[in-house]
Unconditional design. Structure first.
Length: 445
């Protein structure tokens, strides 16, 4: 059978594309080597958040006295947390399969390999069978990057994020190499469950891509709470559970290495002419590669490695294939991001430093989250921060950076303002419900 679209990879980009194209009546074949849902659903976003929520419940119970609640002999069952995580993932995977289960979509389980490509036809092999399609969408995602550190390979004490999520038992202590988003979320998980944590980051700060002032709020809190955060510290070697960094030796039962991810190009060797940049597939505004009938979406493009970006890219790419009018582009400047630490960090748009690099004169407004009554009521002992970057000439909102629970739940409002180019006067007309923490976006205006 000849398909309109062949998709390799069933993560957020792949299953979104399959759903959109098949609902339009186009014949689609979706290949997935592991489980539908990809890294995010199976070994990333969702299982991490499930465990983090369990850890937060335990942490809140043991710190409930500040709200006038006394809880004695509070314990947790890590095996039960893991079981619940697995159930959550299975339910969501089943839901995705239901979404793409229609007469126009064929789901194939197995490793897919591109055999050949012309401008009219792409041929793919999977499980000994051959499939042909007019268009190809590459959604092969990314894999954990293993840095060339002596002693890291074949070391049973070393974990990546997938190993950590699958662990049946908690480690007695842990060193986390890499203070990025993944590293700091795992640091939060282990710390809240009472595990001694050391974070080693080579750069001058943890979460280096975020607003430094917001990050400093989290770093200060975590250091006071007992997390050992070492910045400007480069790992030189690993020997069992011992890490040598900047000449010092640190030891723990487990070492979690989380220093980034790289585009997964396995099975694409036949596409010798596809354009790459730093190991990732280059795409245009509509997620099209330099090959006329080949598209790429998600982590494999190296753009912004977030599930919601992958899904949006898939929508845009399929829209382009279907020649839907008007053709839409992705507003990468308005992509919200969240770090699920405690407190959460949520951001959208550019930082002060990025504005300076672009030679944009800015006005910066800041408020502690305590200007929100709801925040005060529910975050005893926390201050938080909301920071807005404004174009000094146009008065438009360029970026919003926040720390404080639950800023992840309303950063989309700030994203909308950045996406639509709202001026502060226009954004000020938006009515936020009272009392909610989201009101901080109105207060800062």
């Amino acid at each position: 059978m000849r398909y309109f679209l062949a998709i390799i990879g069933g993560g957020p980009a792949g299953y979104t594309a399959a759903e959109k194209a098949s609902k339009a009546g186009k014949e689609v074949v979706l290949f997935e080597q592991n489980a539908v849902g990809g890294t995010c659903l199976n070994v990333g976003c969702i299982p991490t958040k499930s465990l983090l929520y369990g850890a937060k419940q335990y942490y809140n119970a043991t710190h409930a006295q500040k709200y006038g609640v006394t809880a004695e002999n509070v314990t947790f069952d890590f095996a039960a947390m893991q079981k619940r995580k697995t159930i959550v993932v299975r339910k969501l995977v089943a839901g995705i399969k239901q979404r793409i289960n229609n007469e126009h979509c064929t789901l194939v389980s197995g490793f897919a390999k591109v055999e050949s490509r012309t401008d009219e036809l792409v041929t793919i092999e999977c499980n000994g069978e051959t499939y042909e399609a007019e268009n190809l969408m590459i959604c092969t995602g990314s894999t954990n990057f293993v840095p060339p550190i002596p002693g890291i390979k074949d070391n049973p004490a070393v974990w990546d994020s997938t190993d950590a999520l699958a662990a049946a038992e908690l480690p007695k202590s842990i060193i986390i190499v890499g203070g990025g988003v993944i590293g700091m979320e795992f640091a939060t998980l282990y710390h809240e469950l009472g595990i001694p944590v050391t974070v080693i980051e080579a750069l001058p700060t943890i979460l280096p891509n975020l607003d430094p002032e917001v990050v400093s709020v989290l770093a200060d809190k975590y250091k006071k709470a007992g997390i050992n955060i070492l910045t400007e510290t480069r790992v030189e070697s690993i020997d069992g559970g011992k890490v040598t960094a900047n000449g010092e030796v640190y030891e723990a039962e487990r070492i979690l290495v989380s220093v980034g991810r790289r585009a997964n190009l396995n099975g694409l060797e036949a596409l010798k002419d596809i354009e790459l940049n730093r190991g990732a597939i280059v795409i245009d505004d509509f997620c099209k590669t330099n090959l006329p009938n080949v598209y790429a979406c998600g982590d494999v493009t190296g753009k912004i490695m977030l599930a919601h970006v992958a899904a949006r890219q898939a929508e845009v790419a399929v829209g382009r294939m279907l020649k839907q009018i008007p053709l839409q582009r992705i507003a990468y400047n308005a992509i919200p991001s969240v770090v699920y630490t405690n407190p959460e960090i949520a951001s959208v748009g550019i930082t002060e430093a990025q504005a300076a690099e672009l030679n944009i004169e800015t006005e910066v407004r800041k408020l502690p989250m305590t200007f929100s009554g709801r925040f005060m009521a529910e975050n005893e002992g926390e201050t938080g921060l909301c920071k807005m970057i404004i174009d000094a000439k146009k008065k438009s909102v360029l970026g919003v950076h926040m720390i404080g629970n639950p800023c992840s739940e309303f950063v989309a409002a700030a994203s909308f303002a950045v996406r639509m180019g709202y001026t502060t006067a226009e954004f000020e007309q938006v009515v936020f419900p009272h009392p909610t923490v989201s009101e901080i976006l109105h207060e800062i205006l």
